[in-house]
Design a protein around this ligand. Structure first.
Ligand SMILES: [Zn+2]
Length: 199
């Protein structure tokens, strides 16, 4: 087989996390030696490292790696980019969709790179508001576009499973720059183009 996908987890980090999760399982009144839970601390250690891998990745470098000179100035929109993140207040998932637009100013980037930037900022301990501006800032830094916009709609399990227990609420955050901030016609065009998806 020519294609191999390998996963690497730092041994020391994995063992340290697994020890802590064993303690957590005990404190929750469970028996970490029970068959079903025996490997859970190790699985959790690896899962949490996977879900926070974004810290080790550079969003601007990813955008720059597929940046090309191109004399277009029409708005580029990528919508419905799935995202899965972890709320930093409860370490419970939130998930939803990101919609990104930018108006090129001499440079374009690979469309898949925009989706990767979403993953890079989602795979951290996050709040939706900060993630929205982080994605926008990376696009501005890499592409210096005439305009840019990021809209994220997400459901937060910390609101659905605990606390106020609102199962059907979703949260929308947005950040705008340049033409997409200041030009109402352009901004409304973007919002209209993604609005079929907005609840
Ligand atoms: Zn939360």
């Amino acid at each position: 087989m020519a294609y191999h996908k390998t996963e690497y987890y730092d041994k020391e980090t994995t063992e340290g996390l697994a020890d802590a999760y064993t303690k957590i399982i005990q404190l929750l009144g469970e028996d970490p030696q029970r068959e079903g839970l025996l490997k859970t601390p190790d699985r959790m250690a690896k899962a949490m490292q996977f879900m926070t891998q974004g810290y080790a990745q550079d969003a601007v470098a990813v955008l720059n790696s597929a940046r090309f000179e191109e004399a277009v100035s029409e708005m580029v929109i990528v919508k419905d980019i799935e995202l899965y993140s972890v709320c930093e207040h409860h370490l419970v998932p939130f998930y939803g969709k990101a919609h990104i637009a930018y108006i090129p100013n001499g440079y374009i980037t690979g469309l898949s790179k925009l989706a990767r930037v979403v993953d890079i900022y989602a795979r951290r301990l996050q709040v939706q508001e900060r993630m929205t501006t982080q994605i926008l800032d990376a696009i501005i830094e890499s592409l210096n576009p005439l305009g840019a916009a990021v809209v994220i709609e997400a459901r937060h399990l910390c609101m659905m499973m605990r606390g106020v227990q609102k199962q059907n609420s979703s949260t929308t955050t947005s950040a705008f720059h340049g033409e997409l901030l200041n030009n109402h016609v352009t901004r409304n065009e973007f919002l209209k183009l993604i609005s079929s998806r907005l609840a």
